[in-house]
Design a protein around this ligand. Sequence first.
Ligand code: PMP
Length: 362
Amino acid sequence: MSKRAYNFNAGPAALPLEVLQQAQAELVDYKGIGMSIMEISHRSKEYDAVHAEAQELFKELLNIPDGYKVLFLQGGASTQFAMVPMNLLSGGKVAHYVHTGSWANKAIKEAKLFGEVAIAASSKDSEFTHVPDLSNLSLGSDAAYLHITSNETIGGIQYKQYPATGSVPLVADMSSDILCRPIDVSQFGLIYAGAQKNLGPSGVTVVILREDLAKEAPESLPTMMRYATHVEGDSLYNTPPVFSVYMVGLVLKWIKSNGGLAAMEQSNEAKTKLIYDAIDASGGFYRGVAAQSSRSTMNITFRMADEEMEKRFLQEAAAQGFVGLKGHRSVGGLRASTYNAVPFEACRALAEFMVDFQKRSG
Ligand code: PMP
């Protein structure tokens, strides 16, 4: 096999090699049926087993309590920006959002199309380099929900603890850090995530929903936009993205066989420490974008003296097999995305490259 790249792409992103190899082995003939999983009915017993197993693995890995449903939807996390307020913001209530950067902003903009939105907290004054302190949140009695973005993929900041919202449902966009560590699902009313970072290929969006919340939607809502449709249909109301769900199932099995979420957390911390240490020990040659206390274990954002230097860094990195280190086009700079499937070895190689590049540029 040709050498695999050191893949630091932000999304779609690295998948575990073992998962790709298993998918390859099963692609043409899935478990002896003489067809691929993509060529059979989504109501076949073979697909049914794939669907159910992926749901069960989510429940097991995240320790999801009774009363929650795992949904496999389409349209990306971007569609959830609308589906959340469409379903949960009715009856003159107010949707509260924490503004932490680009992705929170998109969620906020979309919610405003459907009702009243309040900004519960914002880190705009620090240019979104930290997660605001939410220990003294006050949400009114008319609060429909509080929405947070657990990890800002572009800014590189991540919640270290989640706010207590009492009886107000906490809704989280976990697109870029779901399954990176254990969480207490009972704290949340709804969690959503596009798959293409920590879960699998694009094409499926996972929604973990407290079932009672599915009942709140106004009657005028189109069928496909209603959570209740997908709860009642077990995400089989229409044809689900079968190959993506199959791949997510393989990734979940890979996580389980590698020790589950506690092991993922440990490994992500060890991986990112290598790179953050290279930044911190550089005497300002590399400058981390995020405040220390909000640093993400999924997206490491940093800058160098000027764009010329950043360009040279990217060119030399590319020549040595590092991929995806360019910052998001909206902010520039550099970003290393270190999702679950990015191997420790790739992070070590990047940290070594950074130290070496600094030496050569000094
Ligand atoms: N939220 C976050 C935190 C993201 O990182 C992304 C994608 N990069 C999205 C939402 C949008 O996801 P999608 O492309 O699946 O709509």
